[in-house]
Design a protein around this ligand. Structure first.
Ligand SMILES: NC(=O)c1ccc[n+]([C@@H]2O[C@H](COP(=O)([O-])OP(=O)(O)OC[C@H]3O[C@@H](n4cnc5c(N)ncnc54)[C@H](OP(=O)(O)O)[C@@H]3O)[C@@H](O)[C@H]2O)c1
Length: 333
């Protein structure tokens, strides 16, 4: 099969002919039609991720047609259109994943290829209203965003929620989910143009985080946030303590801007704030996330669709945060 392989850290992805995977017991092989990028693929290529191994086929998100099933898997799956839950072996505790938890695309080969092999328990029927490209754009980011907003953030209709860095893949899906349930959504971005586009998607107000004193603009306009969801961390995180309503939830799942610094502990505990880390989500949250998308017919925002062979060009689009929404690879066998 054809695959875009990450041969070593800091090396461009290269097109290679590699062995097509064979379905083992309990597994399926999927002939992929589309795959989507996540920031995770960028971190792995940069060599900045735990338990690295090279060569590796990146790509946690994919959609396609089941082409083969292994022992113990119903033949009825063959020919079905599916998406993949990339969060595997979560375990029994909904609060924390097991030691065996893994994400498709490291350590196991992922979706930047014509075929991928996964355990059958992680495939789900592709929502019929979505194109291949749209369906591939949802799984990892949708799952992460769903757990962050609803399980951790306890977001309710009518709540004020701040979503930072709205150009990001997870951030935009959170915007769409939060708008769909009737929350009041506010955003930050480093780009005024992205803020304008977020408002077109239902956000009430956006502020550019590059503006000095950006948090004061929110303090003047909003009485406070019930939920704040962030993946940048860094020095700007401290402002969330001031922006949060008493007993609010501040949820984070990334550290793009580095260490969180200078949090005023007195303000945080006096307001009885909950500061919550989160990662991916459970199989039940994955199902609930897909149901939410289907109920509201949410279509993910796609920044660009490139052919599989342009995966290196696609990943470079993440170097400068210029994207608005998901970057997707179209795969033709
Ligand atoms: N723990 C998990 O389970 C999990 C899951 C998914 C992602 N993540 C992490 O979450 C982060 C985002 O992932 P992604 O795939 O959504 O990335 P992405 O699509 O590449 O987006 C990254 C976004 O970060 C935003 N950003 C950059 N500097 C910022 C700042 N100072 N303040 C606020 N936002 C800033 C940018 O937003 P603007 O362009 O609007 O400025 C950019 O679009 C990454 O660090 C990723 O590794 C973690």
């Amino acid at each position: 099969m054809k695959a875009m392989v990450c041969v070593d850290k800091l090396q461009p992805l290269v097109l290679q002919e590699v062995a097509t995977p064979v379905a083992g017991e309990g597994e399926v092989v999927i002939a992929l039609h589309a795959a989507a990028l996540n920031h995770r693929d960028w971190w792995i290529q940069q060599g900045m991720y735990a338990n690295l191994r090279y060569p590796i086929i990146l790509g946690s998100d994919g959609s396609g047609i089941v082409s083969a099933v292994g022992e113990g898997v119903s033949n009825d799956w063959i020919g079905r259109s599916v998406i993949i839950n990339p969060g595997m072996h979560w375990g029994d505790n909904p609060n924390f994943h097991s030691r065996n938890f893994s994400i498709l695309g490291l350590p196991n080969d992922g979706c930047f290829a014509t075929h991928v092999k996964v355990p059958a328990s992680y495939i789900h029927l592709k929502p019929a209203y979505l194109s291949w490209e749209e369906a591939s754009a949802i799984p990892l980011a949708g799952l992460t965003g769903y757990r962050a907003l609803f399980t951790k953030g306890q977001l309710q209709p009518g709540d004020n929620v701040l979503i930072t860095g709205i150009g990001g893949g997870v951030a935009l899906l959170m915007l769409q989910m939060a708008v769909a349930i009737g929350a009041n959504v506010y955003v930050t971005s480093g780009s005024d143009e992205k803020i304008t586009r977020a408002i077109q998607l239902g956000a009430k107000l956006g502020v550019n985080y590059k503006t000095s004193g950006w948090h004061k603009l929110f303090q003047a306009a909003v009485e406070g946030f019930d939920v704040i969801v962030d993946s940048a961390a860094g020095d700007g995180f401290k402002h969330f303590i001031d922006l949060a309503k008493p007993s609010a939830r501040i949820v984070f799942f990334g550290g793009t801007q580095g260490a969180i610094t200078n949090i005023n502990p007195q303000k945080a505990y006096w307001k009885q704030l909950q500061i919550l880390g989160t990662t991916m989500g459970t199989p039940e949250e994955f199902k609930a996330m897909i149901q939410l998308f289907e109920k509201h017919q949410i279509k993910p925002v796609i920044d660009a669709v490139l052919p599989l062979e342009s995966a290196e060009q696609a990943i470079r689009k993440m170097d400068d945060n210029s994207q608005f929404g998901k970057i997707v690879l179209k795969i033709e066998g």
